[in-house]
Design a protein around this ligand. Structure first.
Ligand SMILES: NC(=O)c1ccc[n+]([C@@H]2O[C@H](COP(=O)([O-])OP(=O)(O)OC[C@H]3O[C@@H](n4cnc5c(N)ncnc54)[C@H](OP(=O)(O)O)[C@@H]3O)[C@@H](O)[C@H]2O)c1
Length: 276
């Protein structure tokens, strides 16, 4: 049976990535290293940070100190909208590598497409170069609508390996996920617990008690069974551990459908077209 350290997903560039990781948005730089340690001890092998989170150095501290071999860990980071553009993206990647003190990134992501700036294709050219130069193993995006993905795919021989988007039972993203599935792009859920709000939903609360698991565990398991990669964040070592204990039970198809039917296209964040 899989566990958090062995459950992996195939990426369209031939690499693989853990299906479950730790997200560290809003974790202060001074607090992040012990949490990354805790996650690695619990078997997590994917850490999702971003230059905008201001904690790449702390993540790097944990990576320097751990006994887990570098090649077992997938380190994902992103560059912010101000670094859209060819030269700026190259420079941003070098800054992230320096902050993390790594020789290569496993996954480098465009944080937001900011379509009105019309610079994400220029950045994609820089991403292609970073991959060709070996500084980045896999390249992907966040918050892209299908039309933005199509533009990249029409103009590049490199496909974004993942699209990290807001996704949880109140925002199931079915059309976008179907688009990803048709092209082999991995769907990764940010705010997979709707920033904690989904934990109050009465339907998932009562289903979780039927299964004898926590509400977070049920929702994380629902993501994984849909084939969605998931990166819950927690400041609590105990919750980091329990969020990874989702490989010992299976959600029945009828209950998967009940959770998926909670969709109401509710965003905790902004629509990507409105962030520029
Ligand atoms: N690409 C993007 O634009 C983007 C945007 C947002 C987020 N992200 C990524 O996605 C990651 C996750 O998203 P998120 O941090 O916004 O939200 P999230 O993971 O959906 O929810 C985090 C919230 O849930 C709580 N929580 C976590 N596990 C819990 C548990 N077992 N029981 C009870 N409460 C629990 C946390 O509280 P405690 O901390 O107190 O445990 C926190 O308040 C981020 O850290 C980041 O890496 C990416």
């Amino acid at each position: 049976m899989d566990d958090v350290s062995s459950s992996r997903m195939a990426l369209p560039d031939g690499n693989t990535m853990p299906s479950l990781g730790l997200g560290v948005y809003k974790v202060p730089n001074d607090d992040v290293a012990p949490l990354v340690h805790e996650a690695l001890r619990a078997g997590y092998r994917l850490i999702d940070t971003a230059s905008m989170y201001g904690n790449e150095e702390g993540v790097g501290d944990a990576l320097l100190a751990t006994d887990v071999p570098r090649e077992e860990i997938t380190v994902a980071t992103k560059f912010w909208m101000d670094d859209l553009g060819y030269e700026k993206t190259l420079a941003a990647a070098k800054r992230s590598l320096a902050a993390l003190r790594l020789e290569y990134l496993d996954l480098y992501l465009i944080h937001w497409p900011a379509p009105q700036r019309d610079l994400y294709m220029e950045s994609w050219r820089a991403m292609e170069k970073l991959k060709d130069d070996g500084l980045v193993r896999s390249i992907g995006v966040c918050n892209f609508h299908a039309e933005h993905l199509e533009r990249v795919m029409d103009n590049s021989d490199k496909i974004p390996v993942i699209n990290q988007v807001e996704l949880h039972p109140w925002l199931t993203q079915e059309p976008l996920k179907a688009f990803h599935d048709r092209h082999g792009i991995v769907t990764q859920a940010w705010s997979p617990l709707a920033r904690g709000q989904i934990l109050e939903d009465s339907t998932v609360v009562s289903l979780a008690s039927e299964y004898g698991v926590s509400v977070a565990q049920l929702v994380i398991r629902w993501h994984l069974q849909r084939g969605v990669s998931v990166i819950p964040k927690s400041l609590s070592p105990a919750r980091i551990r329990s969020n990874a204990e989702v490989f010992g039970f299976h959600v029945e198809a009828e209950h998967m459908a009940v959770i998926t039917a909670l969709n109401r296209d509710y965003r905790t964040g902004v629509d990507p077209n409105d962030r520029n």
